[in-house]
Design a protein around this ligand. Sequence first.
Ligand code: F0G
Length: 460
Amino acid sequence: MELPYAEPYRIKMVESIKKSTVEQRKQWIKEAKYNLFNLKSDQVYIDLLTDSGTGAMSDRQWAEVMLADESYAGSSSFLKLEKAVKDITGYNFFIPTHQGRAAENVLFSAMVKEGDIIPGNSHFDTTKGHIEYRKGKVVDCIIDEATNTDLFHPFKGNIDLNKLEKVFKSNPIEKIPFVIVTVTCNTAGGQPVSMANIKAVSELCKAYNVKLFFDAARYAENCYFIKEREEAYKNRSIKSIAAEMFSYGDGMTMSSKKDGLVNMGGIIALNDEEIYRTAITFNIMYEGFITYGGMSGRDMGALAVGLYEALDYDYLTSRITQVQYLGEKMAEFGVPVQKPIGGHAVYLDANKFVPTIPKEEYRAQSLAIELYIVGGIRGVEVGTILADRDPETRENRYPELELVRLAIPRRTYTHNHMEYIAATLKKIYKSRTEAKRGYKILWEAPIMRHFTVVLEKIQE
Ligand code: F0G
């Protein structure tokens, strides 16, 4: 008999979380203007808003916090981190930033001009925001299968090579400074990109003389899926898979708050010296000196260790197994979820869950609010509100996928928490009535509105 799977760590310190009643939560979410970002964390029982910066650090990472060197220039913590980044990515140059979007800000300041076109696989919202802010345009070249939540495809984050080549052929090539491949693809449901696809994209980019960058926020999880789902990689170490993946590109940005296993941090790594030289000036202006870039020495020390821990196969198995368990349990209950289950989160398909709410009244947001009220669980809308308005027409953009993301923080919640989450969804799904009305926006920011949007409940 095969023994059940268990985590490759035990718990040394615990943090209390607070339970509350349905009545309290109804009041709190109203006070929060129906925006889950406005809730106080102690009004939330299980916080699945994000897996970004919310994980638990290891004893070895905390030891690095104590060993940290806080020198302004040339600190030993920076040197440890630089060594780790170069070792793992194989890129020649490293720039530290305070988080992923800061890495985008610095790199895109050096690389994106008005009128530029940046193709990719469903760019993350901050990536898109930083490109559109510079009056560049993103083109989504993800495979069509990505938008069918019932369809099993092992690599739903893949780029459609025909779509990409069409972008190359129908635009002046000098207007395309780079292609960005997001691993795993968060917007499409935490779906991985295959090595075969990365290799093919790389070849196409080389043929057209376009650079290839990775948004590597969850690259280790992507490498785990490559090992599990691509035959040729089943006996390879995660680290060697990562090295091969990065070898097909020219550089990367990374939010270290995910697969860096830290609470704060960002990375730019790349090969081109000229771009590096331009970018470091922006780094000094926006982030800080080139040997800290918005991170304290203790952040950098913890990240140097976290980067390696995230490449550990046993850790990744426990991480992905936990997320899969939750997703499969919900699927068993009939709850419509994006399949296959992604690496860092389970995504509820709101179009199937609450089809009777008009899409103009924000189905996914309505479902996320219901989940909070019933179970004290905070997820996040990945749908129309997140998609923002079209920068030219100012019309709402209705994405094909209207999702609620339940992101699982790393090494944080237990198996019983997963049972609680699944049971709450079962309860909501089984007792759902034909809800007809959702929410309307009272105020929104011109860009990245989902963080600060003010909503009002539309009465049935
Ligand atoms: N790229 C991807 C794929 C991301 O998921 C994120 C952040 C970023 C870039 C930006 O990184 O937050 O460190 O500035 N994702 C978080 C999330 C916010 O909840 O998925 P950041």
